[in-house]
Design a protein around this ligand. Structure first.
Ligand SMILES: O=c1ccn([C@@H]2O[C@H](COP(=O)(O)O)[C@@H](O)[C@H]2O)c(=O)[nH]1
Length: 231
């Protein structure tokens, strides 16, 4: 596979289990995501290990802070050699611009910089609880437009918003979508979900998939089945 579409959310709490899994997959089959849990347990060394094994690593720490702090955190991520790093779009345009500018020094080796719009675990009701009275679609579009205006490479959104975002922001603006659930798998805490096949149909660039693979009886078989279904 030339450009694997599946980004596996490792989310293991035991390092050996994570590395055993990583040793059973190949960079041609998938990319890997390290999030807050694994980074907090195992730190930058774990990220370096995956990079050394030639995996494209998405460091999903969703930075959200003042512009100077976020820009420096993005630079620290780029120093690890990751393929992709992210911030929260709700941190604002200034923050995103400073993060983008901070990464410019990495030239060709610059990681993709994307911004989280509305978490895929949130629905309309949860948005209204935090004072946002637009629909998830409207709010995602608003934050994605701001992200594009700030010169970032793309956004994290749900696949449910992909068609409208591609139509509005163009095909080159990258869409990275968690909340992917193969038919019949447990939705868990995700609210805005879609199957891998439908997500590909609506134009997502990369699908983040965690538990449906990592908690499967045979995780490698689960990954292979997903790849075959979108092949
Ligand atoms: O909006 C978001 C942003 C990030 N995530 C992360 O993606 C994975 C999804 O894992 P599943 O087990 O497939 O639900 C997880 O690491 C989240 O932190 C997200 O789900 N939604």
């Amino acid at each position: 596979m030339q450009d694997p579409k599946v980004v596996i959310a490792l989310d293991f709490d035991v390092k050996k289990e994570a590395l055993d899994f990583v040793d059973r997959v190949d960079p041609s089959q998938c990319r890997l995501k390290v999030g807050k849990e694994m980074f907090t347990y195992f730190g930058p060394e774990f990220v370096r290990t995956l990079v050394t094994k030639k995996f494209d690593v998405f460091l999903d720490l969703k930075f959200h802070d003042i512009p100077n702090t976020v820009a420096k955190a993005c630079i620290a991520a780029a120093d690890l050699g990751v393929w992709m790093v992210n911030v929260h779009a709700s941190g604002g345009e200034k923050m995103m611009i400073q993060a983008r500018d901070g990464l410019a020094q990495f030239g060709q080796n610059k990681p993709h910089l994307i911004a989280v719009t509305v978490l895929t675990s949130m629905d309309q009701h949860q948005l209204s609880q935090i004072g946002i009275n637009s629909s998830p679609m409207e709010h995602v579009l608003k934050l994605a437009s701001l992200t594009q205006q700030a010169g970032l490479d793309g956004v994290v959104c749900s696949a449910q918003e992909a068609k409208v975002l591609k139509q509005t922001l163009g095909k080159d603006f990258m869409l990275v979508t968690p909340g992917i659930r193969p038919q019949g798998s447990d939705v868990g805490d995700q609210k805005r979900v879609m199957t891998p096949q439908d997500a590909m149909r609506v134009g997502v660039d990369y699908m983040v998939i965690g538990r449906p693979i990592t908690q499967a009886q045979d995780p490698v078989a689960a990954l292979n089945a997903i790849n075959a279904s979108i092949g």
